[in-house]
Design a protein around this ligand. Structure first.
Ligand code: NDP
Length: 495
């Protein structure tokens, strides 16, 4: 094992007294301090302030002023340029951001580089392009004129105002970028509330945004626990909430937004995503598919596969190959470039995943691989395979958000489809087969916002993403997001 040396600027950043980022500058706070813990060692590496209501109000009011001033009036092309410069700065400062992200989340350095920073730069560029693609319609009114006058109608898309972006701990750079870049591209401004477990990278990105020419107040960051998030979404100057997180918190966020003043909201929530291997699938490819679907970032990916359905005749072969592949993963310090599998991101989540191991043992499932916490400092658990005792097994129905693949055999494709849809969630799913004709007939019958064929967890900025059923409301990416960050205004002209 040979972890990389921390860069001096990373060490300096950790040593700072962190609070929030408001009106173009880091700000301190009277709020209590929250420890930021490195999940690889369980040691505190920094602290950050828990926002008070007055911190939240300062951030929202600053973003409102920026909306009414420089940003709201900025032409789309100059908004696009600032986002493009920020994309460049993310890459220039990529090593520093990657180290910070790995230290606070336990994500391997390669994932921090590719799935956080490089992906975030790609998404920023996509949103920059979208800033210049916001259009309305012209409409021929349907009613006839009474005395010779004529009518013409058009629609305008107007930015909503200040967007509260509430971000979970699993992808703290990428998800923050999805939220504020959607807002900034459409002419809104944004206050981001990172998770209390991963607050550092958003602070650094807000500094880079100033360097990129984003005016003060356009992007603010308030740190703190759930109560800070709640104060943010209930603030009267918030025009929209963009939330990513768990289903129970999402439901309470949606309720609070509606009760506040019918504040617009979009929710990207959890999943219990299905992966189905048709009978013809190659077992070696299936094993690689299980790792791709279920074990990236220790399974802490909202779109990750957790329910694996394999044709009964192929189950033993597939399980054997997946088990072999998991045994060969290098588990260790995520700052080491050889590491493929690191710790879970925080202690409460480690305890939650450990409880699922106990549940599998006592609930009649069979643990085929792993199933234990690891005897080392930090929040490490073994990558785990479970053969479900029945289709109602807890591990097959509740989101674990961890490195646990739960398997169930099926006998025919009608049964497979009913298994796919037998869940309250509907974020994503994947089908694996050489028979594309069969796949394309099955896809529309699957209740999920995204269905992949022969791949999983591939997010492309051009392709809309979001959940159906309990997995959420609204879509990110593509041009679909524009509707959720703008209000439609109709104009009718008599001449
Ligand atoms: P949580 O729902 O616990 O938290 C998400 C964010 O909401 C955090 O910033 C949290 O702060 C904040 N928060 C907590 N309570 C409130 C409240 N009452 N009002 C406003 N904000 C609040 O989710 P996790 O952070 O545990 O993330 C894991 C979940 O996120 C999983 O279910 C996963 O599936 C889902 N997810 C969904 C994605 C998608 O695109 N659909 C993508 C990524 C994750 P704090 O952390 O400080 O408590």
């Amino acid at each position: 094992m040979n972890p990389v040396q921390l860069l001096p600027q990373v060490q300096d950043f950790l040593n700072r007294n962190h609070g929030h980022f408001i009106d173009g500058a880091p700000t301190l706070s009277q709020g209590q301090r929250i420890p930021v813990v490195n999940p690889t060692t369980a040691e505190t590496i920094a602290t950050v302030a828990n926002a008070t209501e007055s911190d939240v109000a300062a951030a929202v009011n600053s973003s409102r002023r920026a909306f009414e001033g420089s940003w709201g009036e900025a032409p789309p092309a100059s908004r696009a340029s600032a986002l493009l410069r920020l994309a460049d700065l993310l890459l220039v400062n990529g090593n520093e951001l990657a180290q910070l992200e790995t230290l606070q989340s336990g994500k391997t350095l390669q994932l921090s580089r590719h799935f956080e920073i490089e992906a975030a730069a790609t998404f920023l560029r996509h949103y920059a392009g979208a800033a210049t693609r916001i259009t309305g319609q012209t409409i021929n009114p349907s009613l006839s004129s009474l005395s010779g006058e004529k009518y013409s109608a058009l629609t305008l898309r107007k930015p909503l105002g200040v967007v509260a972006g509430v971000v979970p701990w699993n992808f703290s750079i990428l998800i923050a970028v999805w939220k504020f870049a959607s807002a900034l591209a459409t002419g809104c401004t944004s206050v981001i509330k990172p998770s209390e477990y991963t607050p550092l990278t958003a602070l650094r990105i807000a500094e880079l945004a100033i360097e990129a020419g984003v005016p003060p107040g356009v992007l603010n960051v308030v740190n703190g626990r759930g109560s800070a998030g709640q104060a943010l979404i209930e603030h009267p100057n918030i025009a929209k909430v963009s939330f990513t997180g768990s289903v129970p918190t999402g439901i309470s966020v949606g309720r609070a937004a509606v009760s506040s003043k019918l504040t617009r909201f979009t929710l990207e929530l959890g999943g219990k995503n299905s992966v189905g291997f048709l009978k013809d699938v190659d077992a070696e490819k299936a094993a690689a598919g299980v790792l791709e679907a279920g074990f990236i970032h220790q399974g802490q990916v909202c779109a990750a596969g957790e329910r694996f359905f394999v044709h009964r005749t192929r189950m033993d072969e597939v399980l054997e190959k997946v088990s072999k592949a998991l045994s060969s993963l290098t588990i260790g310090d995520p700052l080491d470039s050889a590491t493929q599998f690191g710790p879970l991101s925080n202690r409460p989540h480690f305890e939650r995943v450990s409880a699922f191991f106990d549940q599998a043992r006592s609930g009649g499932d069979q643990i085929v691989h792993g199933g234990k916490v690891m005897d080392r400092p930090g929040y490490f658990v073994e990558p785990t395979l479970v053969l479900a005792g029945s289709r109602t097994s807890t591990l097959l129905t509740q989101e674990t958000f961890g490195p646990i693949g739960t398997f169930l055999p099926y006998d025919d494709e009608d049964e497979l489809l009913s298994l796919f849809n037998e869940t309250d969630f509907g974020l994503s799913a994947s089908l694996w087969t050489n028979d594309l004709s069969k796949a394309m007939r099955m896809v529309p019958k699957i209740e999920a916002g995204t269905v992949w064929v022969n791949m999983h967890s591939f997010l492309d900025p051009a392709v809309p993403f979001g959940g159906v059923k309990s997995s959420g409301v609204g879509r990110e990416f593509g041009d679909a997001f524009i509707n959720d960050y703008t209000e439609l205004q109709s104009v009718i002209i008599r001449y």
